[in-house]
Structure formats: C-alpha cells, structure tokens
Write a protein that binds this ligand. Sequence first.
Ligand code: SF4
Length: 411
Amino acid sequence: MKRTVAVASVKGNDIEQAVRDAVRLAGGLEGLISGTSRVLVKPNLWSPQRSGTGSITDSRVTEAVTRLVLEHGPHSVIIGEGCGAGYDGLGWSTEEAFTMSGTRDAAERLGVELRNLNTDTYEDVRIENALVMDSVRISRTALESDVIIGVPVLKSHKRTDITLSLKNMKGVIHGAEKRKTHRLGLDQAIVDLNSVVCPHFVVLDATVGMQGLWSYPEDCIPVGLILAGRHALSVDLAGADLMGVDPRRVMHLRYMAEREGMTPDLEGVNVVGQPIAEYRKEFKAGFQAFSERYPQVTIVSGESACTGCTSELVTALTYLDKAGYSLEMGELQVIIGDVETVPPASRVAVLGRCAAQHAHLGAFAEGCAPSEERVVRVLCEACGADVPRVLEVRDRVREEMWESSRKSLES
Ligand code: SF4
C-alpha cells in the first residue's frame, strides 16, 4: 500500500490556506482527532530564531496547524518544544525561542498552552530491539499525548544530511539526553526514538528551507511549499527528494524504511498535489559544507556512502583539527561507500564495511557504521597524529559538553 504525501503551494502569502490544502489532500485529520484526544503540536524551534529564516518552523505554519486541530474539537491541545543540544537545562532558550519565533503570540491568539519540554517531567522508556539506545528519557507531555502532530522545517544537517519529521522528535527528550544520541550514533538513535514516540501526522514547513551550515541569510532557500502526510517516514522521503538529497544516503531513513518494510525511496509513496520535480532545489548538505572547511582532505565516496560514516568522519576531523593536526590532514584521502576505483594518494583512510575492499590501501575502520573512536584512530594513523593526544581533546570536548548539562540530567 502506497502512503500519501500531499504537496501544496503557498499562493501569495497565504500560508494558512496552503496548510489547509496540504492537510486535506493528505486525507485530513478526521478519524485521527476526537473529543477525547490530547494533542501535542511539535514544531522545530531548536534555538531562538526568527520565523521566515528557514532555520525554525515558521510560527504561521504552527498557528495554522493548531487552528485546524482545534476545529476538530480535541480534549486539549499543547504546542510543545524543547530547544536542542542539551544546553538548555533551565529552559531559558526554549522560552526565548517561543517568543522570538512568534509561537508564543500564536498560542495566545489561539488560547492554547505553550509547554517548554525542557522543563517538563520525564519518564525513562525502554526501547525493545534498539539499534543503539535501549532507553531514553522522554517528556511526559509527549508520552501522555494521544496524537502528536509533527511540524518540522525543511533543512539539511551536517551529521544526518537532513532534519525533518523523524529527527524533529528529539525535541521531546530530556535536554541533556539529546547529547547522548550524538554519542551513541545519531541516525540510529533517531530510529530508536521514533520506535517509541513518532508523529501521527506531519505538516512539513517548506515555505523557506535552510541548507549547509545554517548561516542566515546565505543558506536560506525559499521553496514556497507545505507537505503533509500521516506517515512520517514517507513525508521525510518526499522532503529529502525536494531537497535534492538521495534518501538512500540518509542512514536514519534507511534504517526506518527497513524497520517498516519499505525501500528508502519514493517507490512506496504516492505524492499528490504539486509535482515535487518542479520545485526541487539542490540543498547543499551540511556534510558538503563541512568538508569544504577542510579542503585539504579529499573524500572519495561511492553510491552507498551514508550519514553513518560521514557523521563519524565529521566528528573525527573536528577532533584532529582541535588537537592541532590541520596541516597533517593535508593530502589525506578518505574512502567511504562502495567506490570502484581509487586514485593514488599518500595518506589513505578507509571507513566502513562498504569500502572494505580497499582496506589494504591504508588505515581501515571496520563496522557499519564504525565507532567514533575507531574512526579517530584510523585518521590519526593515516595522518601520523598522536592518538592519545587526539583522544584527550575528544574527552575534554565531551566533558565540557556534559558538564554544562550534568546537573539537569541528574535532577
Ligand atoms: S559502512 Fe558506512 S557508508 Fe556503508 S552503509 Fe555502513 S555506515 Fe553507511
């Protein structure tokens, strides 16, 4: 059975109409929301930013979605979010994000509660058959909601290539735990999280998107669309396609598709409304932008290369750079994915099972994906860098990150 994803264009400046069109084309909210439903509307307000920048969900989209929800007479509606990166233990950034984005005003106009999920109460939830994260601390607001409406924004991401509805669910976990997902493997942790708390309906804000390293206004991309659908993975597959990103290269889409018995492409998706091809933009992937910071490193990547290996590479390069090995990274060639032929190079690192046939060419990190530490060690070996020194930098960076959120994690 194909899953429907609806695409509606924003005509003039009428965002609300586009939201209504997309939701209706996607089958509507009928049957999903009843008089007893407790509904959570979950935008992406990862940090205090203004609407219309493409960095966060535009408050006009959140407002239009919430108004539609209210028209179905639910028992209660909450607009909830917790800012990202785990630095927001006391919730100030989230409060600021509500205000700066215009979401606070929207909630007041609609008379619905705005809830800071970084200061919520939490429950530790076990995850059966987890890929990497066998338990996670989730906001009770999310757990107690009968219906979650995800309202993400169209963005690329430097570690996961894209951040759409599945990754947007990170906002419902405890602030400090968000960092845990990076340590464990972000793509896999996203799939684990969505196996216990996944949006029941998604309205994707593609009015304006954001690419690369999220610098405003350089990385902002106007698209003028709203996408909607009942199946979160399908909306993300269509969103990736709209961004010119091959969904098969996005590890969390691959794993999620495998879990749901789909292929990580649009084969199982019925796109209705506006044709995506007419609006498709080539979003610069975060990884691409990141690797441009290290022009001395050549990345040879095959078709199968995915965010599992590229995200570990991004992290490891950062540690080497911080440890003072930027020059030693010169002429480094990193092989990722099922590359057929490899040009000769003096310093070669080979990452992951897909590239194993080239293991003999240099330092090889086995695994799918290889662990962060293994990738650090392999890059050090290829560059002649001192492993303990780089690992010391890694530990210090991690410690600094954890220290800032330890108290809130323990509370
Ligand atoms: S080996 Fe690396 S590139 Fe290949 S599928 Fe695994 S994580 Fe992705």
